[in-house]
Design a protein around this ligand. Sequence first.
Ligand code: SF4
Ligand code: SF4
Length: 422
Amino acid sequence: MSDYNTLLKELGLDVALHDEMIKATDRLFQETVGAQKNRPKEMAYFDRVLAEAHGARVAELVEEKRNGKRIVGTFCIYVPEELALAANTVPIALCGGIQASIPYAERMFPRDICPLVKSTLGLAFSKTCPYAPIKSLAVGETTCDAKKKTWEILAGKVNFHVMEVPQKKEKLDFDLWREAVDDFRRKLEDLSGTKVDSGRLAETIRIMNAKRRALQELAQLRQAEVVPISGVDALVVMQAALNDEPVRFTEAVKRLNQELRERIKNGISVAPGAKRIMMAGCPAVMGNWKVHALVERSGGVIVWDESCTGSRYFEHLVDETAQDLDGQITAIAERYFKISCACFTPNQERIDAIVRRAQEFNVKGVVQYVLQTCHGYNIEAMRVEAALKGIGVPALKVVTDYSEEDTEQLRTRIEAFIEQLA
Ligand code: SF4
Ligand code: SF4
């Protein structure tokens, strides 16, 4: 990483503070991801993506920018990546998963908001986010209150666009959402000076669908009785998905899948005898491996991850049969409208999907992962738990932040939960 310090300095970053934060994140990575035994060899690629997220990937994006592309920062998986790619821009997720940046956000923002939002803001405010100075546009959405109100503040400081994500899934809401998708297209066109044409959009839809298919296959491989990859490693893959160039990433996932197929064939499990667990709830973005690692060190192995750094990111494909731009925009809107974030009401599809996957993946228990002050996932956890009870699968709700203060307390609760599972 130090090779890139000159570049980071040129971008106006506080290099000394940045180094400190990277060291803290590296330590956590080594203690959680790196400390695992029997990792698939192909994981080396994804480890590198994470290690280079503030190095080689930044240099790559700076080069893209020099070549005329605009960088678009995003904060949510409702933002259609195929549209951004088709408009000759590069979308990149800006969500923060580290504790070290949070105090910088708390100097300005209330303490009692979600750690994901605070970590993201703290990275920007402390001049340690390399993407902040190179992005030409940030795209927020009307999902939760913490985000909506944050965008109002940020919009006064940087070029900002807010996508209207409705809160219900009726026809009226879909029409609004489709318009929001089309409005985003126009915004991107203004930014890049490139008209989105149907031919290029068909190509970027195929690129994103190929990425989703590869991730769907990876998820499916975790259904095997011989679990070929840990939940922590599967999370690393998803964290890389939000940062890496999509075509290169897809090829790496295919190579990993091939290795996992071999492992299953040869009976190589990462956790023989461990209890099969589903994680459900909030996303765990880059820098955050805390609860996944605790679950897998307490006798569990995660076989399904129902989150935005899990199935919500790759489930459902965009219909590739639309012939013109209008039809393609509708197809994109339809695919993203199927994502079941807890910001929707009611959100029965999410609950049904959790129950279905718990059965398909022979899950013995579900850990509901809730980031502090995330009311949507916290309250919805009651309905999820009740539905799981109906099929005899116990659930444990874990409400936490990014700090390490509650680690021992969580360990005790998670160990006790996993121990009593059938
Ligand atoms: S949890 Fe909801 S708001 Fe957060 S990234 Fe996922 S879809 Fe977006
Ligand atoms: S985890 Fe919850 S509170 Fe935090 S940004 Fe996502 S939806 Fe909002």
